[in-house]
Write a protein that binds this ligand. Structure first.
Ligand code: 4AD
Ligand code: MG
Length: 462
C-alpha cells in the first residue's frame, strides 16, 4: 500500500479506509486501555493521532514508542471523536523503525528555547518551529524561480570558486590546496600561489554579480541563486558567514527599473507565502511573532518609499534621536539608522538611492555630481538592509579610472572591464539576501534560526 504523507491524510475525507502512516513520535499518552500517539512526518505542523487499543497491541510492544522514535503504523482512518482533529488512525499494527532512548534523545515533549535548539541544529528540523521555517524556506526558493521564469530572466550559474572580490571588501575565504600551516607567510619558502591548484590565489565567492553582469550583457536578463561567503567577523543576528543570495541582473535596466523590479519581486514572494504557506505562517504568528501576518499584509499594501541618501541623512539629523553612531553625510548607515527611517519615520519599506561613492563598491554608475553613485538599498522593518544593488557603470573610461583610483587588481578584472569595451550597455541589478528574506517572512529574529546549518564565526558545527 502506498504510504501517504500526513499533510494529505489530515485533509482526507476517505474515512473508513486502510492507511499506512510513517513518521516520528512527538508524544505518547493514554491510560491502561488505550494509548494516543502523536505522529509527525515533517509534511506539516499538524500531527496525526494514532489510537492504540491496548487489548490488541500490548503495552509491552509500545515500550519503544517514545518521543523521537520512528514508526510505521498500519491501521484504519476514522473520523475522530476528539476535538482538534478531523481524523485519526486506529492502529492495527505498529513497527518501530528506529528507537530514541528517552535518556539521551535531546528533544523532549516540552518546548525548547531557540538558543538550546541552535546547539542541536542537526536535530531541530524535527521540531514544529523548524519544520515550519524550512518549509517556508523551500516555498520561497520555489517562488523565486517561478517569478524570474515568468519575467524572462534565465537562471545563470556563476562560479563558487573565483579569483575576484566583487565587493572589494576583502572579506574572503581562501581556497587552497597548499598546506598553509607549514608555510611561512613571507620570505624564503613563503606562499607561492603559482604553485597552488589553480595557479593563483582563489577564494569562495562573495557575490555572483560580476559574472552575472556578463550573463546580462549576453542573455539580456539573468539571475543567480546560490551560496555566497563572507569572512567578516560580524556577530550580529543578521550576518552569516555562508548565506544564499539571489542576484538578478538586466541589460537596459536603469535605476528606476531596478527599483520597480525589487519592489515587485519582494511583494510577489510575500504574496506567495501568504497564498501557499498559511498553516506554517499562522503557527509562526502564534508561537513567535504575534505581528507577523499583519506585517506581511502591510508591506504588500503599501508602496515602498523612495528616498535620496542625502535626504535620508537630513531626516536622521533632524530627528533629535541620540544614535549610538551619529551620522553625517558620507557615513555608511548603521542598522539603527536604517530602522529609524523604516520603522519610525516612514513606517514602511524604504528604497534608499544615490549614496556617496566612497562607501559603495567600484562598479556602481557614477552620478554627474561627481560625489554619488546610482546605488539602491532596500530597507525593511525589523531587518534593515534586505537588498543591495545599483545601476552599473557602463562606461569603460570611468570604470577603468575608478578601478585604478581604488588600487584594485586590474589583472584579475580584465575580463570584467572587457565587457565595457565591446557592446557595453546600460544595466542594473541587485542582491537579495535569501536568509534575511526568510527572517522577514517567518518572523524569526536571528539568521541562525532560518538556516538549516548556520555558519558564523567560531561555528561550523554540523
Ligand atoms: O549589499 P551586498 O554586499 O551586495 C552585493 O553583494 C552585490 N554584489 C549585490 C548585487 O548588486 N548583485 O549584499 C546583498 C545582500 C544584502 O542586502 C543582504 O541582504 C545580504 O546580501 N547579505 C547578507 N546576508 C547575510 N549575512 C551576511 N553576512 C550578508 N551580507 C550581505
Ligand atoms: Mg550592502
Amino acid at each position: 500500500m502506498k504510504t501517504q504523507r500526513i499533510v494529505e491524510i489530515l485533509k482526507s475525507d476517505a474515512v473508513d479506509t486502510d492507511v499506512v502512516v510513517k513518521g516520528w513520535v512527538r508524544t505518547k499518552r493514554g491510560n491502561k486501555n488505550v494509548a494516543f500517539i502523536a505522529l509527525n512526518d515533517g509534511s506539516c505542523v499538524g500531527n496525526i493521532q494514532v489510537v492504540v487499543d491496548l487489548a490488541k497491541i500490548s503495552e509491552e510492544q509500545l515500550k519503544p514508542v517514545t518521543t523521537g522514535a520512528c514508526l510505521r503504523v498500519d491501521g484504519r482512518l476514522v473520523a475522530s471523536p476528539g476535538a482538534g482533529q478531523g481524523v485519526e488512525v486506529q492502529a492495527e499494527k505498529i513497527e518501530v523503525y528506529g528507537t530514541a532512548d528517552p535518556e539521551s534523545y535531546p528533544l523532549q515533549k516540552k518546548g525548547h528555547s531557540l538558543e538550546f535548539l541552535r546547539e542541536i541544529a542537526y536535530l531541530r528540523p524535527r521540531t514544529n518551529t523548524f519544520g515550519a521555517v524550512l518549509r517556508i524556506r523551500h516555498a520561497m526558493a520555489y517562488a523565486i524561480h517561478e517569478y524570474f521564469n515568468k519575467h524572462g530572466f534565465y537562471y545563470f550559474h556563476t562560479p563558487i570558486i573565483t579569483a575576484s572580490d566583487c565587493e572589494g571588501a576583502g572579506a574572503m575565504f581562501q581556497v587552497t590546496t597548499l598546506d598553509m600551516n607549514n608555510l611561512p607567510r613571507t620570505g624564503e619558502g613563503a606562499v607561492d600561489y603559482a604553485q597552488d591548484f589553480f595557479g593563483k590565489a582563489c577564494n569562495l565567492t562573495v557575490s555572483g554579480q560580476l559574472e552575472g553582469e556578463l550573463g546580462a550583457l549576453s542573455l539580456g536578463r539573468i539571475y543567480t541563486f546560490g551560496p555566497t561567503f563572507r569572512a567578516e567577523n560580524s556577530n550580529t543576528p543578521r550576518h552569516a558567514s555562508e548565506f544564499w543570495m539571489i542576484e538578478p541582473e538586466a541589460a537596459f535596466f536603469e535605476l528606476e527599473d531596478n527599483m520597480e523590479l525589487a519592489e515587485d519581486f519582494l511583494k510577489y514572494l510575500i504574496r506567495y507565502a501568504l497564498d501557499n504557506c498559511m498553516e506554517d505562517l499562522e503557527f509562526m504568528n502564534k508561537m513567535w511573532d504575534k505581528g507577523l501576518l499583519e506585517r506581511l499584509h502591510f508591506v504588500l499594501e503599501h508602496d515602498f518609499k523612495r528616498l535620496d541618501y542625502t535626504e535620508g541623512i537630513e531626516i536622521l539629523k533632524a530627528s533629535g534621536r541620540k544614535f549610538e553612531f551619529p551620522c553625517d553625510w558620507g557615513c555608511d548607515l548603521q542598522s539603527e539608522h536604517e530602522r529609524y527611517l523604516v520603522e519610525e519615520h516612514f513606517k514602511r519599506p524604504v528604497i534608499l538611492i544615490n549614496y556617496p561613492k566612497d562607501i559603495k563598491a567600484f562598479y556602481m554608475k557614477q552620478n554627474d555630481d561627481g560625489k554619488t553613485v546610482r546605488a539602491m538599498d532596500v530597507l525593511f522593518p525589523g531587518i534593515g538592509e534586505i537588498i543591495g544593488g545599483s545601476e552599473r557603470e557602463a562606461d569603460y573610461g570611468k570604470l577603468h579610472a575608478r578601478v585604478a583610483e581604488l588600487g584594485m587588481n586590474e589583472k584579475e578584472l580584465w575580463w570584467y572591464l572587457d565587457t565595457r569595451r565591446w557592446g557595453s550597455a546600460p544595466h542594473s541589478g541587485f542582491g537579495l539576501g535569501f536568509d534575511r528574506l526568510l527572517l522577514f517572512v517567518t518572523g524569526m529574529t536571528n539568521i541562525r534560526d532560518v538556516q538549516p546549518f548556520p555558519r558564523t564565526p567560531q561555528h561550523a558545527d554540523f
